[in-house]
Structures are given as C-alpha cells and as structure tokens.
Ligand binder design. Structure first.
Ligand SMILES: [Zn+2]
Length: 440
C-alpha cells in the first residue's frame, strides 16, 4: 500500500553577527532529531485547519523556540522521499519548507530534538544526514542568491525610477486617476498615445495637468480606423442618404471626415507632440464588422504617415503580424517621405525582423524598438530583446492606468536586465538616453 504523507517545516536562517548587511553570510540552523538521530530541519505534521505556513511556524516554535521574522521566499521548497514503514507500506513523503529569517532564544523540545547547531550555510551540507536534505539545502542557497539579487535590483529600480522615460502609454484613458498620476507616478516622462479623435481630449487633459512630464501623441489606432474610414459595407449605398452616416445596426455612428485637419490643429498647437498611436494589425477584428479590415487600416495609416512627415513629427507605431508588409511599405517610401524617427512599439517581430528594420538601407537608423509587459508573455522575448541594438531599445508601460504603470515597467526592466545582462541602472539610463536620442 502506498501512503502519501505531507509535512511542513522551516529552514531557519540568521545573519552572521546578527548584522543586516547584504554582504554578511547567512547561518542556518540544523537540528538533530532524537528519533533516528539524523540532522535535518525543523518540521512536522499539520494540525486540523492549519495552513501550510501556520503548521511550519508552529513546528519551528515547538521544536526550537524560534519565530519567523521574514519569509525570504514566498513559495516553500519541497523535499520528496519514499520509505517503507514496519508494515511494509511505501510512504510517499513530501515536506514543504519555508525559507525564513528567524529570531528568538533557542529552546530545544526535549521530547523530539537532541541537539542543534547554527552553521554557515555553505558548510551545512557536511552536517546534514540525508541526500534529500542536502539537495534541499542547495535549493535554499539558490533561492537566497536569487532573493538577494532581486532585492538589490528592486532597490536600484526605486533609486532610478524617476529617470525612466515611458515611451508608450495610455494612462490618460483612466481619467479618474489623473490626480494619482500627478502626485504619485514617479516616472520622468510618459508619452501619451491618443488612439481616436475623442481620445485626444483625454491626452490633453493629462498633458495639461502633468506638463513636461508627458509628451502628447495624437493618432488613429488601427483598432478604431472604422470611426474615420469605415469599410464599404457599413456605408449607406443609397445616394439619397447622407454619405457620412453608417448604416450598421450594431455600430451606428457619424463618420468623422474632418480628422486630418483636427490632427493638424493638434500638431500645430503642440509643437512637441508626436503622431501615435498609429499602425496596422492583422489580428484584431473591427468591432463594427467583426472582420479584420486591413485595406482601411493601410489607407488611414498612410495618411497619418504623410501628416507626420508634413509636420516633421516622430511616430509611435503599432504592428501586429504585418512586419513584412510594413517593411515593404517603408522600403518603398522615398526618403523625403519618411518620418524622422519611428518607434515600433511593443515590438513583436522576430530577431531577424529587428535586423531588417534596423539595417534598412539609408533608413535603418530611424527605427527604434519598444518593449512592454505585453511582450513578456512570449518565451522568445529574451532572444528578441537581445537582438535589438542597444541604442534603439525603448522602455514602455503600454498601460491604460497610472496605477499599473510603475509595476508594468518594473517587469519590463527586469526582463531587459536578463536579456541584455545589464544592471537595473544601466537598463533605465540606456533606454532613457535612447528616448532622448529618439526625440533629438
Ligand atoms: Zn498602445
């Protein structure tokens, strides 16, 4: 018969000399169980209605008198082993250990614990009896190492976040948290991407309040192209009818045909404003027709590029699964009709596509590549980030609320650090310099 058995425990740690300094070595408490006389860590069976952590804390306290100060890793480390009991049953045992910094006076439980020793963590393997415990110790050392790296990275992020330039966001969509953005958002500057003519009003509301901490961007996003250039099927074919009215039952709206001049007005009023977010998208379906309306997207995109050139403005560009066509579009564009610089936002192409844009003849140095939290869902993201030239990489939150902007950027910073083997400070200062260069 196979019996599964689960226990919970703590791997107790303290700083040598009680010091809090990062450099100080960890010491680990190893106890000798009375039964069997083996050296291991405090552990035991849960009592009814106890959580894993509650059991672990209770067992630690009962066996050693110590208490947990800080949990160093949220998820416990698990040790598995099998043995046979006297009746010949196989016991399939799992022990989940919490890695924790502990304190208190060491009082050993006389009925269960024979002896104990605080030892430097790197020497503990010589004392531990079983291989399972030695393997657990290795995992604990790895986890501590990661913990100290993460801690230092987080500290560095908080020390440098005021320098961050968020090169693509929609935080202005959250009109209710404008106050939060003004007072609490620590970033140096956020580029606000307007996606529809109506959205430009929200961009301006944020721009007015946050001033130089924002760059206003005005565009028509490919998802909303039908508002300014509806697919034919949405138009009334009856010549008697007003041709600017759509007849779709599901999406009745007045077509805004004045948008190019409205855009020109915004760009005239705000000389630093960029053109964005604009682009092409092969996946997202038009809400009015339920189809992917690419023909209309390309027409509006081309108009927007022309206006960007007319005003000599920078462009933030959305492209989903159309990188090949986009590449062809820019290759074919005469150099004097090319926007000054183009940020390919939440860039989702392959490393070879990065190359194709960045090395495009006479135009390649105009392309920059933005990374946001959306990119992080792909396992290939590290390879892709690595392939982006260091001086073309941009950091973006792509968030639609200021409440999430900082944490989104933190995740992206961590990913860039991993991909580029940069420190947090390097990631922030390099992407900042790139954003400044982009605007130059
Ligand atoms: Zn966007």
């Amino acid at each position: 018969m196979i019996i599964t058995d689960t226990c919970y425990g703590v791997i107790p740690l303290r700083r040598k000399n009680g010091d809090q300094e990062q450099q100080q070595e960890w010491e680990i408490l190893v106890i000798q169980h009375l039964k069997g006389e083996h050296w291991a860590f405090p552990k035991g069976h849960p009592e009814p209605n106890e959580t894993a952590l509650e059991s672990a804390k209770r067992e630690l306290h009962e066996e050693t008198g110590l208490v947990i100060d800080t949990l160093l890793v949220e998820q416990p480390l698990t040790e598995h082993y099998n043995f046979e009991n006297k009746r010949g049953d196989t016991i399939n045992k799992s022990v989940h250990y919490f890695l924790a910094q502990v304190s208190g006076t060491l009082v050993l439980q006389a009925e269960e614990v024979k002896d104990s020793r605080w030892v430097p963590i790197n020497d503990a393997h010589t004392l531990l009896t079983f291989d399972a415990a030695k393997n657990l110790l290795k995992s604990a050392i790895d986890a501590l190492h990661q913990h100290s790296i993460n801690d230092k990275m987080l500290d560095s992020f908080h020390a440098n976040k005021h320098l961050i330039i968020d090169s693509h966001s929609h935080i202005h969509e959250d009109v209710d948290n404008l106050e939060f953005a003004d007072i609490k958002l620590p970033l140096h500057c956020t580029w606000l991407m307007g996606t529809t003519v109506d959205d430009w009003t929200r961009v301006n509301r944020y721009g007015d309040r946050l001033g130089t901490r924002t760059i206003r961007c005005f565009g028509v996003h490919p998802w909303f192209v039908h508002l300014v250039h509806p697919p034919k099927e949405l138009l009334d074919t009856n010549p008697e009818q007003d041709p600017t009215k759509m007849v779709s039952d599901t999406y009745p709206t007045v077509i805004n045909t004045a948008w190019p001049d409205q855009l020109r007005q915004q760009l005239t009023q705000y000389p630093n404003a960029m053109v964005g977010e604009i682009g092409v998208d092969r996946v997202t379906k038009c809400r009015a027709t339920g189809k992917n309306e690419q023909a209309e997207q390309w027409i509006v995109f081309d108009q927007l590029i022309k206006i960007a050139v007319e005003f000599n403005r920078l462009v933030s560009l959305h492209c989903v699964q159309l990188h090949g066509k986009l590449l062809d579009y820019f290759i074919a564009l005469p150099i004097d009709q090319m926007p000054r610089k183009i940020a390919l936002h939440t860039f989702s192409g392959k490393p070879s596509t990065v190359d194709s844009f960045a090395k495009m003849k006479t135009k390649g140095n105009r392309f920059y590549f933005g990374i946001s939290f959306i990119n992080l869902s792909s396992s290939k993201v590290y390879k892709m980030i690595k392939s982006i030239p260091d001086d073309r990489l941009l950091l973006e939150s792509d968030q639609n609320t200021p409440l999430e902007a900082e944490s989104s950027i933190l995740d992206v910073v961590m990913a860039i650090c991993k991909a580029k083997e940069w420190t947090v400070e390097q990631t922030i200062t390099i992407t900042r310099q790139n954003a400044i260069e982009f605007q130059a």
